[in-house]
Ligand binder design. Structure first.
Ligand SMILES: NC(=O)c1ccc[n+]([C@@H]2O[C@H](COP(=O)([O-])OP(=O)(O)OC[C@H]3O[C@@H](n4cnc5c(N)ncnc54)[C@H](O)[C@@H]3O)[C@@H](O)[C@H]2O)c1
Length: 413
């Protein structure tokens, strides 16, 4: 990789966000170093095997072959780049509060090697003030002393893994720099990769906008999950209601019920918001309520499935179909299906699962669709999951996805 520094980018974290960004930047003419602290992942990526669905092996191999991309665990390589983006996970801790340990450690790892005039952007989702009060102080206190000009911005990633239409290039990007010079550099960087870039006045606006977007989804999913329980208790088909309401051409947006919320964003980011509210003496009660409604869904689904089984059966066999948190990807992070399985097991059920995109999960292996069961729960309708044999065998299915509604033996959530 002999590119000039001006078109060279380092991305810290090569996961669902960092690796697709690397490929989009390569397509835009950047030479990219993908830094990850997992050496096994780095070796896998450098062998041309993509760890995520949104980047094909062919795309990755082509970028490596033309010398435009390589992965490494070596943080000192940031010395030769003009832009560094941080794309590391921002999960919750065991108190369900923000855990920005990995963000701190990424900033600490790059700081001693940053060169003058480098732009540092945080793409990781976090509470407003994270760039200004966490990342910048770490880097400013550890960077080489003679380097005075480091530029900083927040540009939260909005990628939706598995989405065939919206990607890093065509999803508008919010950019909030810490000062005018940082803003100009960050806008120029993202304009070279993204079709549309929106300038906001501060990093805090960009950080807060990301939390608002994902909290919007959380509360609307909670609303429809609660509404589903009301409809079901009164014999009303909630999906027909949602379809009917969706005919209104303005002021309504359709959300669907399900086992709960999963993934690294929707169940997590709103709790960055509730925590942020508490730090300032406030309370985001509406969001807290939505969170608890969604968290109660796995238990509700478990009870609905058990109600479909002969009550004399003490250890029913239940097959869960789809354990990833959404269709089209094998991502099981924060999947609500985990708590669904726990509730069923706690009620004495013998539970097995099948997901064509997930070979092993939480210490167990998937079974095939021929597994004999008393009831099946369609939690996530994965592409390539052929349910026709279950339907042909007359297996009763609780469909949480509204995707196989027209078959006998299928009960909708
Ligand atoms: N996955 C999504 O759908 C999505 C969408 C938008 C935004 N985000 C946000 O983007 C950020 C990254 O999420 P992700 O889904 O890509 O995570 P991920 O787990 O898929 O990937 C993160 C990578 O960072 C590496 N890593 C962790 N700590 C590191 C460190 N200190 N130094 C170097 N590498 C390190 C991990 O090994 C991993 O490979 C999070 O803040 C997340 O909330 C995620």
């Amino acid at each position: 990789m002999n590119a000039s520094k001006s078109q060279t980018l380092a991305i810290i974290g090569q996961g669902y966000v960092g690796l697709p960004l690397a490929m989009a930047a390569v397509d835009a003419g950047w030479t990219v170093i993908g830094i990850d602290n997992l050496s096994a992942k780095v070796a896998q990526i450098n062998s041309g095997s993509s760890p995520i669905e949104d980047v094909s092996d062919a795309n990755l191999k082509a970028a490596i072959a033309k010398g435009a991309y390589k992965a490494t665990t070596d943080f000192s390589t940031v010395a030769g780049v003009s832009v560094i983006t941080i794309c590391v996970p921002t999960p919750l801790d065991d108190k369900r509060e923000p855990d920005i340990t990995l963000l701190r450690s990424a900033a600490t790892s790059i700081a001693p090697f940053i060169s003058n005039e480098t732009l540092v952007v945080s793409e990781s989702t976090s509470y407003p003030g994270t760039l200004r009060h966490v990342i910048i102080p770490i880097i400013e206190s550890r960077k080489p002393k003679d380097f005075t000009n480091i530029y900083f911005a927040s540009a939260p990633e909005r990628v939706d893994p598995g989405n065939a239409h919206w990607n890093q290039k065509n999803t508008p990007r919010l950019v909030g720099g810490i000062d005018n010079a940082s803003q100009a550099k960050a806008l120029a960087f993202y304009e070279s990769i993204c079709d549309a870039v929106l300038s906001v006045s501060t990093p805090e606006v960009a950080e807060a906008a990301k939390l608002l977007e994902n909290t919007f989804r959380l509360v609307n999913i909670a609303l429809v999950n609660e509404f589903t329980q009301l409809c079901s208790a009164n014999g009303v088909n909630v999906h027909e209601v949602i379809d009917a309401a969706s005919s209104k051409p303005y002021g309504f947006m359709s959300f669907r019920p399900g086992v709960g919320v999963g993934g690294h964003c929707i169940p997590v980011d709103p709790l960055y918001l509730t925590w942020w509210a508490r730090q300032h003496g406030g309370a985001a009660k509406f969001v807290e309520s939505a969170d608890s409604i969604n968290n109660a869904m796995p238990k509700y689904v478990a009870e609905r499935a058990l109600a479909m089984i002969d009550t004399s059966m003490t250890n029913p066999r239940i097959l869960i179909l789809g354990v990833a948190y959404k269709p089209g990807i094998g991502d099981v992070r924060e999947t609500p299906v985990s708590r669904l399985r726990d509730h069923l097991t706690a009620r004495g059920a013998y539970v097995a699962w099948h997901d064509p995109l997930v070979p092993a999960w939480e210490g167990s292996e998937r079974v095939d669709l021929g597994w004999e069961c008393d009831v099946a729960i369609l939690a996530t309708n994965q592409p390539g999951m052929d349910l026709s044999q279950l339907i042909a065998r007359g297996v009763r299915i609780l469909d949480c996805t509204n995707s196989i509604k027209d078959y006998a033996g299928v009960v909708l959530l």
